[in-house]
Ligand binder design. Structure first.
Ligand SMILES: Cc1cc2nc3c(=O)[nH]c(=O)nc-3n(C[C@H](O)[C@H](O)[C@H](O)COP(=O)(O)O)c2cc1C
Length: 383
């Protein structure tokens, strides 16, 4: 899984842009498709491109890749969003996924007229998800009078291509867990240390069980890998990158509108907290990039050779993640490199396990930062 970029601007190299660089976007999406990525997220913000329109384009540029539309409930009446998603699902023959964002920042929500406090936004999300699913499945007209929405005699609505459309939840606050655990098909995280993620997965599963679910949400976790031929070269590259990212953020040219001293969303608070506790966790998780960006968005890195990073991804699979998003700091070049050097290693190990019932040797042979004598200062290359 990855995230689709619309132009070459990155934290490493911000470039003034007219928005969508069509040639770049087409190449990027085709590479994802050809490299075997399964999903791509189309993010949403008040000043971003519209995620639905972009998702529709992704659908038409590819045959297999599944577009994940980031959707904030405040931006569309639920029955309208259900119709848009069902249309996308039909246009992609069943590939649509929706990622529901309740909103992590009051000022950003207010830019589009949403003045609900965060806990109430999650209450709205809960009602919204129920209405999406009813709109996709009810075969007779129905009326609704809820806390946030009311309508009469809707339906039957425009049906998706498949039976339903997977609903993912983004957010790490207690309210996010309650709604996601009870109702989401997929629950998503930014990169966390393994033991923290394990605890969070148990928390989601506990809520799902208490809600009477027989299934469990699939777990999605997102990283920003920094790879090079060897672990040593990757750590050198990582330190060079973070210096450039710091310069970009200090100059205030990137994501300025979303940068706040103390983020309101728990996901960013957690990222900053991990960064304050330690710079490196487990085999390859590195938090300096999260610290440099104020935990804005997915920012924790996995650093190492392709083998080490593939092994680190497998560590997360071992903990229960089934969707792993990797997006680089050098976006297109990294998408290509991951497709060439990381995805085959992960797939090979999973295929080996499926065929033999036994684990391969990749994780044992590439300990990364778990190697005895690993020295972060030395890895920084005296920079
Ligand atoms: C994988 C992932 C992707 C996200 N994508 C977006 C996005 O495209 N736009 C956005 O505003 N927030 C996005 N978020 C942020 C959260 O969904 C948002 O901050 C949350 O609704 C409220 O925060 P909290 O519950 O963590 O406090 C994403 C979060 C995750 C984990």
């Amino acid at each position: 899984m990855s995230l689709s970029h619309l132009n070459p601007s990155t934290e490493l190299n911000p470039v003034p842009s007219r928005g969508i660089d069509l040639q770049y976007f087409r190449r990027y999406v085709r590479w994802l498709e050809d490299s075997g990525y399964d999903y791509t997220l189309l993010p949403y913000g008040s000043s971003s491109a519209d995620s639905f329109v972009v998702a529709s384009a992704v659908g038409q540029l590819t045959e297999r890749l599944r577009p994940i539309v980031a959707l904030r409930p405040n931006t569309a009446f639920p029955l309208v969003a259900a119709q848009q998603l069902a249309t996308l699902d039909q246009l992609t023959e069943g590939r649509a996924v929706v990622h529901i964002i309740s909103g992590g920042n009051d000022a950003e929500q207010a830019r589009q007229g949403d003045y609900l406090p965060k806990d109430r936004r999650y209450d709205r999300t809960s009602e919204y998800i129920d209405l999406l699913r009813r709109a996709w499945t009810e075969t007779e007209p129905f009326s609704h009078q809820g806390e946030f929405y009311r309508f009469d005699e809707f339906g039957p609505g425009f049906a998706p291509y498949g039976q339903s459309i997977p609903v993912s939840i983004g957010g790490q606050s207690e309210a996010a867990f309650q709604v996601g655990g009870a109702k989401a098909d997929i629950f998503s995280f930014w990169g966390e240390p393994l033991s923290d993620l394990r605890a969070e997965i148990d928390r989601v599963n506990g809520i799902a069980a208490a809600a009477g679910r027989t299934d469990r949400p699939r777990i999605w976790v997102t990283f920003r890998p920094i790879i090079a031929q060897t672990d040593k070269l990757a750590w050198e590259k990582a330190h060079e990158y973070v210096a450039r990212i710091e310069r970009t953020y200090n100059a205030g040219v990137f994501h300025k509108r979303y940068q706040v001293a103390t983020p309101q969303n728990v996901g960013s608070q957690r990222a900053l907290d991990f960064a304050a506790r330690s710079e490196v966790y487990d085999r390859a998780l590195w938090t300096r990039t999260a610290a440099a960006t104020g935990g804005a968005g997915a920012s924790t890195a996995l650093v190492g050779s392709p083998e080490t990073v593939a092994a680190a991804i497998l560590d997360y699979v071992d903990q229960g993640a089934s969707l792993v998003s990797i997006r680089g700091y050098d976006t297109l070049a990294d998408a290509i490199d991951y497709g060439r050097y990381i995805l085959p290693l992960v797939r090979q190990e999973l295929a080996h396990r499926a065929a033999t019932g036994r684990r391969g040797t990749l994780q044992d042979e590439h300990p990364g930062a778990l190697a005895p004598g690993f020295d972060l200062a030395a890895a920084a290359g005296a920079r």
